[in-house]
Design a protein around this ligand. Structure first.
Ligand SMILES: Cc1cc2nc3c(=O)[nH]c(=O)nc-3n(C[C@H](O)[C@H](O)[C@H](O)COP(=O)(O)O)c2cc1C
Length: 222
């Protein structure tokens, strides 16, 4: 698979089979992703991988919290501005329409949307997940480094025939994740990432993108 195909075939997959991800494949992907760039080579990502019984335990605990109507943990970072301005607000609602529309859930059916979103905390059925932490003392440039690392992981997973879904949703249960992983206190959970083989029987929507001229400006000097 070439890089173009890896980039365009990567998408947020939200239904996985229970087929195990071979340990050596995960090891190959994660050791290669470590070559991701970072400003001054700080390599600010702290990655934990969970499979098998510990992941099952995490899903169980998260499921129990959800069923009990437990409030989310206090946020350790702000996921979105309180007031999302244009054009981001419109893009977010277009995404919601696409994601939930594909599941036949109308806009006003908040409960059905919440039910669909709850699959986040079962890793959408994936048999493997990684959890990405960053030191709370680091700033925007290092968060951006972490993004490059995560995209590297996702593209390498495509090269191995695997799919993924990055999930900030896990930050809402960072205490439960922390109970299983015991990360040092200076780390913040940025996100989880479900990893596995796609359940190809499920319908999926290819989330669109804004017209390129909204996000790209070329100043052509020729
Ligand atoms: C940092 C980050 C956090 C995300 N968090 C979630 C999440 O919690 N749950 C989810 O279902 N998708 C999540 N996504 C997936 C995005 O919704 C998805 O990438 C976006 O809608 C574009 O769709 P595509 O990845 O299929 O192209 C996240 C993506 C990123 C990059």
């Amino acid at each position: 698979m070439d890089v173009y195909e890896a980039v365009t075939s990567r998408r947020a997959v939200r239904r996985f089979t229970d087929r195990q991800v071979p340990k050596e494949v995960l090891a190959r992907v994660l050791s290669t992703a470590a070559w991701a760039p970072s400003a001054s080579n700080l390599q600010p990502w702290h990655i934990y991988v969970l499979t098998g019984a510990p992941l099952a335990e995490l899903k169980k605990r998260a499921g129990e919290r959800l069923a009990a109507g437990d409030p989310w943990d206090e946020p350790e970072y702000q996921q979105y501005p309180t007031e999302l301005k244009s054009p981001y607000r419109e893009r977010r609602s277009a995404f919601g329409e696409q994601r939930y529309g594909a599941l036949g859930i109308p806009r006003e059916d908040i409960e059905a949307r919440q039910r669909a979103a709850s699959a986040n905390w079962q890793c959408f059925g994936a048999p493997a997940a990684l959890f990405c932490y960053i030191d709370r003392d680091l700033g925007p440039a290092q968060w951006s480094d972490v993004g490059m690392y995560l995209q590297s992981v996702m593209l390498l997973l495509r090269a191995e025939g695997l799919h993924s879904c990055t999930q900030m949703a896990w930050a809402k249960y960072h205490r439960t994740v922390g109970e299983l992983l015991s990360p040092p206190g200076e780390l913040i959970l940025f996100c989880g990432m479900s990893i596995g083989f796609e359940d190809g029987t499920a319908d999926h929507v290819r989330t669109g993108r804004a017209p390129l001229d909204e996000t790209l400006t070329v100043v052509d000097g020729c």
